[in-house]
Design a protein around this ligand. Structure first.
Ligand SMILES: Cc1cc2nc3c(=O)[nH]c(=O)nc-3n(C[C@H](O)[C@H](O)[C@H](O)COP(=O)(O)OP(=O)(O)OC[C@H]3O[C@@H](n4cnc5c(N)ncnc54)[C@H](O)[C@@H]3O)c2cc1C
Length: 359
C-alpha cells in the first residue's frame, strides 16, 4: 500500500528550503511500493520526479505538477572480502553521510574525504559525487535499479554507468529511465589518507597531524566543509551553484585577451596559473568560476531578495531565510550577465532545476 498525499510543500525536502508544492507526493520503501507509485502516475498521466535528499535541486516556487516519488529504501551491509577489502551494500535512501560514518567506524577507507556531503546514496551515484580527491566512480562496483521502461528490476556494472565529472548515465543518456535502488561500493582496510588538497594539507599542518587516521580525516573534512558554509543545517543552499567553465583553447585565448584589457596583466598571469593548475586535457581548459566571480568581480554578498552569494564560498548561492526560486534565478542571471560582459564566459548552474524553464 502506498500513501499518496496531495499538495505537499517541497521546501523542507530540499537543502535550499525553496520550492512550492508537489501536486502529489509519495514515499516508497519497497520495490512493490515503487511499482504501485509508478502505476498511480501512469494511470493519471502524471509526470514523475524522483527526489532523494533534495541537496542538488532548485524547485520552482510553483512546485511540481505531478507525482514526486521520495525513495526511502533503507539497508546497509558490510561483506568482508579477501586482501583487506570489503564490499558495502547500501540502499539508495540511506543518508550519505551516515554511510560514510559507519564505514569510517568500521575501519574502511575510500569515502572518508566524501564526509559531510549532503544527500542520499542514490544521489551519490547519480551525480558521481566528488570532493577532496575522492569520487563515487572510484568505489562504485554496481548499482541495482528499477527500469521504468521495462518495468523490471535490473543491475548495472560500473562499466555501464558512464561516469564522468558529476555525471553518470542516470543524469545524462538515461535520465528518467531508472530508479536507483541500491549501490555496492568496494572499500579497503589499512590505506593511507589522501591529504593533497590545499585545504586539507593546511588543516593537518595546523593540527600537527602527519598521518591522519580515518577518524581524523573525517573530522578534518567535516570541519573544512563547515568553515566554507557547507553545513546544510547552518546555511541553506544546494552547495556549489556555479559550475567551473571548461573552454576550448580558442575560447581561452579570447577570454584571456578580454581579461587583459579589462583587468590588466597581473590578472591574466593569475588566469594562466589557474589554467595550468586545473587543466588535465589541453583541449578542455578548466577555469575556476570563483576566480571570475571573486578575484575579478568581487561578487561575495551580492543579493536579490533573500538569495545571496556566499561570503564563504563565492560559487554558492544561499537562502538567508525567505528566498524564492525567482530570487535565486534573478541573482543567477545577474551574475551570468556580469561575468559574460567582463570575460565572455557564460556560466552554467550545478543544481538541477525542477519546474523551472531554462533560458
Ligand atoms: C551544502 C552542500 C554541499 C555539497 N557538496 C558537494 C560536493 O562536495 N560534491 C558533490 O559532488 N556534490 C555536492 N553537493 C551536491 C549534492 O550533495 C549531491 O549532488 C548529492 O549527491 C545529491 O543527492 P540527493 O539525494 O540530495 O539528490 P537530489 O538532490 O534529491 O536529486 C538529484 C538528482 O538525482 C535524482 N535522484 C536522486 N535519488 C535518486 C534515485 N534513488 N533514483 C533515481 N534518481 C534519483 C533526482 O531525480 C535528481 O535528478 C552539495 C550540496 C550541498 C547542499
Amino acid at each position: 500500500m502506498i500513501d499518496v498525499r496531495e499538495n505537499i510543500s517541497l521546501k523542507d525536502f530540499t537543502t535550499f528550503h525553496i520550492g512550492g508544492p508537489a501536486r502529489f507526493f509519495v514515499e516508497v520503501g519497497t520495490v512493490d511500493q515503487l511499482i504501485e507509485a509508478l502505476e498511480y502516475a501512469n494511470n493519471r498521466e502524471l509526470p514523475i520526479f524522483v527526489m532523494g535528499g533534495g541537496s542538488n535541486l532548485l524547485v520552482s516556487d510553483e512546485g511540481f505538477d505531478g507525482l514526486v516519488i521520495h525513495p526511502k529504501f533503507l539497508g546497509f551491509k558490510i561483506v568482508e572480502l579477501e586482501n583487506s577489502k570489503a564490499r558495502v551494500h547500501v540502499a539508495s535512501g540511506e543518508n550519505w553521510d551516515f554511510v560514510v560514518r559507519r564505514c569510517v567506524e568500521a575501519g574502511l577507507w575510500g569515502i572518508e574525504n566524501l564526509s559531510f556531503v549532503p544527500g542520499d546514496a542514490g544521489g551519490f551515484v547519480m551525480q558521481n559525487v566528488g570532493a577532496y580527491g575522492q569520487q563515487a566512480s572510484d568505489v562504485t562496483t554496481s548499482v541495482d535499479v528499477y527500469d521504468i521502461e521495462l518495468k523490471a528490476k535490473s543491475y548495472k556494472l560500473k562499466a555501464e554507468l558512464g561516469f564522468g565529472y558529476r555525471k553518470s548515465i542516470f543524469n545524462t543518456t538515461h535520465k528518467g529511465r531508472y530508479v536507483i535502488l541500491s549501490v555496492d561500493i568496494l572499500l579497503s582496510r589499512g590505506k593511507v589518507a589522501y591529504i593533497e588538497y590545499p585545504d586539507v594539507k593546511r588543516y593537518m599542518e595546523e593540527e600537527g597531524i602527519a598521518q591522519p587516521t580515518l577518524a581524523q580525516m573525517r573530522e578534518a573534512i567535516t570541519a573544512i566543509r563547515t568553515s566554507k558554509g557547507f553545513d546544510p543545517d547552518q546555511r541553506w543552499s544546494a552547495g556549489s551553484f556555479f559550475k567551473n567553465p571548461i573552454l576550448t583553447p580558442d575560447q581561452y585565448s579570447r577570454v584571456r585577451e578580454k581579461i587583459a584589457i579589462k583587468f590588466g596583466p597581473a590578472k591574466t598571469e593569475q588566469l594562466d596559473e589557474l589554467k595550468n593548475k586545473f587543466t588535465r586535457n589541453p583541449q578542455e581548459i578548466k577555469i575556476p568560476a570563483g576566480f571570475l566571480m571573486d578575484t575579478l568581480l568581487h561578487m561575495k554578498g551580492m543579493r536579490v531578495g533573500d538569495a545571496e552569494i556566499s561570503d564563504k564560498q563565492v560559487i554558492s548561492i544561499y537562502n538567508r531565510g525567505k528566498a524564492t526560486a525567482k530570487d535565486v534565478i534573478a541573482l543567477y542571471s545577474q551574475v551570468r550577465k556580469l561575468v559574460l560582459d567582463a570575460t565572455g564566459i557564460t556560466l552554467t548552474h550545478e543544481p538541477e532545476f525542477v519546474g523551472i524553464e531554462e533560458e
